[in-house]
Design a binder for this molecule. Structure first.
Ligand SMILES: *Cc1c(COP(=O)(O)O)cnc(C)c1O
Length: 406
């Protein structure tokens, strides 16, 4: 694939009002019109480049949207106040009462809870299936199915979606494929592999500073415009609008995304390979033992590696908790949810980010109690990190101390 998202991102140029190297921030919720006729036309959606009211759009949000469209290779993109704001807008736009969704069963806990517990209020049903098995999806598609939903690399089990195969299936039935690409910006470009709509939680890698919550929907112009429609757009009417100041700050952080992704990936690969060699059960798409390794290699941009997320199963929740507390005490990272920070973040998904998923379902999908999810940070000396982590594991009896006592 010759598409270079990193180049497209760097070619974008915006100047500030006084020739500043950063675009000016639109510090207004509402905009004046020179004529009443233009205001009417703007309401009708007939005047490009005219701003009306900032829940609809604002210059700062449009700049960030353009950068996200360049990242994903889509026509355009809308930004939202959170990843969940983006996800729920897409779902509510595509589905009506009586409709049906086919979703991967290993998805972000919030998305899972929304589909399973919330959408039923609107009589929208979801079938949760193993989306790595195309037959399993085809089996549950009905004439009411309005979307196939998955994550390119799933949370927290790091399953890799075969986006080309999923897109082919979606095309066959004439339904959109919606992919949450939060875990793999730059590494995977779902739209170029055939996905119709790509969603991001900007809160994670794209912003990368753990200082805000935001989201994005990347797709075709007609779809993104429909989300903004003043009469029927879920984005416009549900109102999860991103603030202009925050959009400007995310755009600035995005400029280092390519450097950060390379470092997150290199550090995660180093830890994954070394801990696997120590005999630990490590899940990382960059390991040959990962079931999705071949698919990942077929669809990734190798420049950016296999991503910053890995999991390790240390046996029990007690051991997992002890290890995370010890790692935090040794300044290796923080016991915290979320991902994409410069510090390593670790949590036990079964009791945190995936606690929305009932225990028996967690077991079915292979989400065990002793599983720790790591969002590997930007450590400059990853070997030192590895040695300190290894010593901690030896102290806790997770790894045997192989050194012979004197
Ligand atoms: C965090 C996350 C979300 C939700 O995003 P928010 O910005 O927290 O609303 C959705 N999908 C994935 C994969 C995530 O990691």
């Amino acid at each position: 694939m010759d598409y270079k998202a990193s180049n497209h991102l760097q070619d974008l140029q915006y100047f500030g009002e006084y020739g500043g190297v950063n675009p000016s921030i639109s510090d207004s919720s509402t905009y004046t019109f020179l004529s009443a006729k233009t205001m009417f036309d703007t309401f009708e959606g007939n005047t490009e480049g005219c701003y009306l009211y900032s829940r609809h759009s604002s210059p700062s949000n449009l700049y960030l949207g353009e950068a996200l469209a360049a990242l994903e290779g889509t026509e355009t993109a809308n930004v939202y106040a959170s990843g969940m704001g983006a996800i729920t807008s897409v779902i509510m736009q595509l589905c009506s009462a009586g409709d049906h969704i086919v979703s991967s069963r290993t998805i972000y806990g919030g998305t899972y809870a929304f589909m399973k517990n919330f959408l039923v209020k609107f009589n929208i049903a979801t079938s949760f299936v193993d989306t790595t098995k195309i037959e399993a999806i085809e089996k549950v598609i009905t004439h009411n199915t309005k979307m196939i939903y998955c994550e390119s690399i799933s949370n927290p089990l790091l399953e890799v979606a075969d986006i080309r195969a999923l897109a082919k299936l979606a095309k066959k039935y004439g339904i959109p494929l919606v992919v949450d690409n939060t875990f793999s910006p730059l590494t995977i470009a779902p739209a170029l592999l055939g996905a119709d709509i790509v969603i991001h939680s900007l809160t994670k890698f794209i912003n990368g500073s753990s200082d805000c919550v935001a989201g994005a929907v990347c797709g075709s112009k007609p779809f993104c415009l429909s989300l903004k429609d003043v009469n029927s757009g879920s984005g416009m009417l549900l109102g999860s609008t991103l603030d202009s100041l925050r959009a400007a700050s995310i755009l600035k952080n995005m400029r280092t995304l390519h450097i950060r992704m390379k470092m997150h990936s290199a550090n995660a690969l180093y830890l994954a390979q070394n801990f696997e060699n120590q005999g630990l059960r490590v899940v990382y798409p960059g390991l040959e033992t990962h079931p999705g390794h071949a698919v990942m290699k077929r669809q990734m941009n190798p420049e950016f590696g296999f991503g910053g997320l890995m999991t390790m199963d240390v046996g029990t929740l007690k051991k997992a908790n002890a290890l995370m507390e010890m790692m935090q005490a040794k300044k290796l990272g923080y016991l915290a949810v979320s991902l994409g920070f410069y510090k390593t973040l670790f949590s036990a998904p079964s009791t945190s980010t995936s606690s929305e998923i009932p225990l028996d379902e967690q077991q079915q999908m292979g989400l065990s109690n002793g599983l720790i999810r790591f969002s590997v940070g930007l450590d400059n000396d990853i070997h030192r990190t590895y040695e300190t982590m290894k010593t901690s594991m030896e102290q806790l009896g997770i790894l045997k101390n192989k050194k012979v006592a004197p």
